[in-house]
Write a protein that binds this ligand. Structure first.
Ligand code: SF4
Length: 442
């Protein structure tokens, strides 16, 4: 059998795709790059906002035509599969295999089934799955915790990925990280809906701060983590980052709103001042930390005053970067059930204002790197533009002339120019540039 996987959404989905792809390979399935070459097409879906859901819908429409034409098998996994909304789509578009994020370990059984296979359970063995290192990759993800104990009123994740946090066994995590190191990976990102909670569900496990120190000690040059929750982002975590040289000083701490009234309606369990207190603590330990955040604009009932508080919080923190979204009501969430959405044009106008603020701050923050040398992980060969792309330890996208970084690897780069979204630089040295796989194995 030949399978093709299409992935939408977050890094956790990318990681799950890699885990499922590895399972398929171990079952003798050949992975192919296009729908046309495949007789099994698996769509790993995202349900956090309306846009990715629409994309999945249109893709499933195309796949149903392909199925009618040449009888392919259609599979659906990821957050949308877990929701009634996705299941209705699966029925409509004749999806054969539907597995929720808690049941990806069932992919083998699903392929063996001769009829429709649906599994939406949350299985303990999902956390046992260990995927081999992705071939030739310099950067990789490792899941450390699944599910979320929080109940933000706009969010589908507790429904789709489990409403109880379950940490992976630390031995499995460390084993996976060791294998990544042996395979030449130079950057590992620890993943979870709320990584800061790691270990709280099992007293015999290390805390997240302790896990950071353990993973940081393996020797992979860059260790990062996503995502954090301000309530659980405690001082021991910041201290572990400050005292472990391999952990990058890039902190993504979603705030969502600067208004206490909106935070309360979102059921975010902190208030503006608590968040600012966390930022002060981070800056005390890590004065050069690169800070990014998530902000939802136009949450139901957000007044002009509420929005002004988000803008003023942005100024108070001076984020290096922000991921900004218009509120999109997700079926089944408390916010969608109980709160009236606001006019789209109001949300769009506020988003535009916030984007302007973000650009101004990002430009100012990015300019502080001009003239300095940073370590850049170049991910691929130069693009048509003539630039090779990478990112530094602060997660800034960095472009260098392609002829200076012909192969993926870690380079020393002097930053020469900054824009709101990019840093430009010149390569001043090679830190680790592996031979291409074909050449290395020849
Ligand atoms: S903490 Fe994050 S994943 Fe958990 S409910 Fe809130 S937004 Fe969703």
């Amino acid at each position: 059998m030949k399978a093709h996987i299409i992935t939408y959404g977050c890094q956790m989905n990318e990681y799950d795709t890699h885990v499922v792809a590895s399972e398929l390979v171990s079952l003798g399935v050949q992975l192919v790059d296009t729908v046309e070459d495949a007789d099994f097409v698996l769509v790993n879906t995202c349900a956090v906002r309306g846009k990715p859901v629409e994309k999945v819908k249109s893709l499933l429409g195309k796949l149903r035509k392909e199925k009618a034409r040449r009888g392919i098998l259609i599979g659906m996994m990821g957050c949308l599969a877990q929701l009634e909304e996705g299941q209705a789509m699966a029925r409509k578009f004749e999806v054969d295999i539907l597995i929720g994020p808690g049941a990806i370990s069932e992919i083998g059984k699903a392929l063996d089934a001769h009829d429709k296979f649906w599994d939406l359970s949350f299985r303990d063995d999902v956390n046992q799955l260990v995927a081999p290192p992705p071939k030739g990759a310099l950067s990789a993800h490792v899941a450390i915790i699944r599910g979320c104990n929080h109940r933000c009123t706009y969010c589908v994740v507790p429904t789709t990925r489990g409403g109880v946090e379950v940490s992976r066994h630390p031995d499995l995590i460390l084993d996976e990280v060791e294998k990544l190191k042996a395979a030449g990976v130079v950057e590992v990102t620890l993943l979870g809906q709320n990584v800061n909670s790691y270990g709280r569900d099992n007293p015999s496990y290390p805390t997240f701060a302790e896990l950071l120190r353990l993973v940081g000690g393996v020797g992979i040059p860059r260790v990062r983590f996503l995502t954090s929750h301000p309530v659980n982002f405690t001082e021991d975590i910041v201290r572990a980052i400050a005292e472990t040289p391999t952990i990058t000083h890039y902190i993504h701490l979603p705030v969502q709103s600067g208004s206490d009234r909106v935070l309360r309606r979102m059921a975010r369990e902190y208030r503006r001042e608590d968040y600012l207190e966390r930022i002060r603590m981070i800056r005390d330990y890590l004065p050069e930390a690169v800070l990014s955040t998530d902000i939802i604009v136009g949450f139901p009932g957000e007044t002009e005053e509420d929005f002004a508080e988000t803008l003023s919080l942005y100024d108070e923190v001076g984020f290096d970067h922000a991921f900004m979204f218009i509120y999109s009501a997700r079926p089944g969430t408390p916010a969608a059930k109980h709160f009236e959405d606001m006019p789209r044009e109001v949300k769009v106008a506020r988003l535009q204002q916030l984007i302007e603020k973000q650009k101004a701050w990002s430009l100012e923050k990015n300019r502080r790197w001009v003239g300095r040398e940073v370590e850049v992980l170049i991910r691929g060969e130069a693009k048509e533009s003539g630039f090779a792309e990478g990112h530094d330890r602060g997660n800034h996208p960095v472009l260098v002339p392609g002829e200076q970084a012909k192969r993926p690897g870690l380079y020393r780069v002097r930053i020469t120019e900054a824009s709101p979204h990019l840093l430009f630089g010149e390569v001043t040295g090679k830190l680790y540039v592996p031979e291409p796989i074909e050449a290395a194995s020849a």
